[in-house]
Write a new protein. Structure first.
Length: 246
């Protein structure tokens, strides 16, 4: 199964708390993790969050300002966001391809922009601020259940088939074959449900497998892996592992 590593936490920053919690069993084909990222106290300098490439959609809640919430997703290359010296975010990381809502609802970043959509995210953000993170799972689960009922999220059978056969996939043609689709159909389905072209989707899957310890999964050779990793993250694998906790 796809097990994305959404961020790299700098090893030298000890006062930043990053917690991942698995969702209830009935949501595990929809949600990958519930997440919390917060400071234990003011940091001596601004913290730059290194967001790794993944194919997931997120709902982001800024606990320091309830108006700042939103639906967002990352890209095929890593990015750094300046979170400042004090921050507190709660996120839902959805599995790739499960977001069924209007693509225009998906922004980018969602770290400082007030939410103006139709989902009750501002009200939920206020409710989340009334308890500890581990006590907030019911609120997050209820939100996902509501999104399922409104058909805004749903399991994606095409993406699920790809995940089930990751070890057998080397090319886009392999992805189409395990999905029982033509390459043109796969192109249309993935672009519609993940926002990625098949080639870019495969690049993200390869990188995430590498971050999980399979350094050369689906790469022609080690130099190809190093080149691809550096293009996606801006770091060589060795320099990345020395700098970040992944």
């Amino acid at each position: 199964m796809y097990d994305p590593k959404g961020n790299g936490k700098e090893k030298t920053v000890h006062d930043v708390r990053f917690v991942e919690v698995e969702p209830p069993s009935h949501l595990r084909g929809i949600v990958h993790r519930f997440l919390e990222l917060k400071t234990a106290g003011p940091l001596p300098k601004d913290y730059r969050f290194h967001a790794l490439p993944d194919a997931c959609t997120y709902i982001v809640f800024n606990q320091l300002d309830p108006k700042i919430s939103g639906v967002t997703k990352l890209r095929t290359t890593s990015e750094e966001f300046n979170l400042g010296k004090v921050f507190h975010f709660i996120n839902i990381r959805f599995l790739p391809g499960v977001w069924q809502g209007d693509p225009e609802q998906i922004g980018h970043g969602a770290l400082a922009t007030p939410y103006s959509g139709t989902l009750p995210l501002i009200d939920i953000n206020r409710r989340l601020g009334q308890g500890a993170f581990l006590d907030q799972q019911a609120i997050l689960s209820d939100l996902v259940d509501m999104l399922i009922l409104r058909k805004l999220v749903a399991a994606n059978p095409v993406v699920e088939k790809i995940f089930q056969h990751l070890d057998d996939i080397q090319t886009v043609a392999d992805m189409a074959e395990v999905s029982n689709l033509s390459t043109r159909q796969l192109q249309r389905r993935l672009k519609q449900t993940t926002g990625f072209a098949p080639h870019d989707f495969l690049k993200v899957l390869r990188l995430q497998q590498a971050l999980n310890g399979d350094d050369t999964w689906s790469y022609a050779d080690q130099s190809h892996f190093i080149h691809s990793f550096r293009n996606a993250t801006g770091y060589t694998p060795g320099r990345y592992s020395r700098k970040f906790d992944v």
